[in-house]
Design a protein around this ligand. Structure first.
Ligand SMILES: CC(C)(COP(=O)(O)OP(=O)(O)OC[C@H]1O[C@@H](n2cnc3c(N)ncnc32)[C@H](O)[C@@H]1OP(=O)(O)O)[C@@H](O)C(=O)NCCC(=O)NCCS
Length: 176
């Protein structure tokens, strides 16, 4: 995948994607990092993913992240306030991590949010112990705006850090 890592694109999720996404939950370590339930069986994960794809909550836009025709993750734009959404991103299967896909998926989400959706501000919050996500947001020029509530990352207490980026800053961002 290294040689084609610059070809990540976003597309709508399809019913046929649910088994792939639910399959990522077979790895308990992945679930812990992603904040997914570790003790749900495969069937329950599958039904949950099928539901989210067929009838997403009205405030959620979830797009599949694809490399060379393979679904490698997804990007969320969440919220209903005019002009702003919360960005979320996830890369499935830990074997794919550390190759720049998370950063590319988040960047593609920003292109989509500021481009197709015409947003003015995109914000995100991540647990401070989630070092990969913190690096991605900082590398994409997000500005830290404050601290959110408390949470748990990999079984350890942590705190949410909030970030925001506006359309003008993204338009002038180098190294997309
Ligand atoms: C967060 C996540 C998307 C990162 O995916 P990824 O494909 O590994 O991301 P990248 O390869 O682009 O690497 C991201 C950064 O983490 C850094 N990194 C890699 N391995 C690391 C490690 N073991 N510890 C800390 N940082 C690490 C990379 O150097 C990179 O930082 P840089 O851009 O400043 O160099 C992925 O781990 C994931 O899906 N996690 C579960 C869901 C989640 O936490 N989503 C974010 C909250 S919305």
């Amino acid at each position: 995948m290294d040689e084609i890592k610059d070809c990540l694109s976003l597309r709508s999720l399809l019913a046929a994607d649910a088994p792939s996404i639910a399959g990522w939950a077979r790895d308990p370590e992945f679930c812990r990092e992603a904040g997914w339930s570790v003790d749900l069986g495969h069937r329950a994960h599958l039904e949950f993913q099928e539901r989210i794809i067929s009838s997403p909550p009205p405030e959620l836009v979830r797009l599949g992240a694809v490399v060379a025709g393979v679904l490698v993750g997804y990007v969320d734009m969440h919220g209903s306030e005019p002009g702003t959404r919360e960005l979320g991103f996830l890369i499935g299967e830990r074997s794919r991590w550390g190759r720049g896909l998370g950063r590319q998926a988040a960047a593609a989400g920003l292109d989509y949010g500021f481009g197709e959706m015409g947003l003015e501000v995109i914000w995100a919050e991540v647990l401070e112990r989630n070092a990969r996500s913190m690096s991605i947001l900082r590398g994409l020029d997000f500005t830290e705006t404050g601290t959110g509530g408390e949470g748990e990352f990999m079984g350890e207490p942590s705190v949410y850090r909030r970030f925001a980026l506006d359309a003008a800053d993204w338009a002038s961002h180098d190294g997309r």
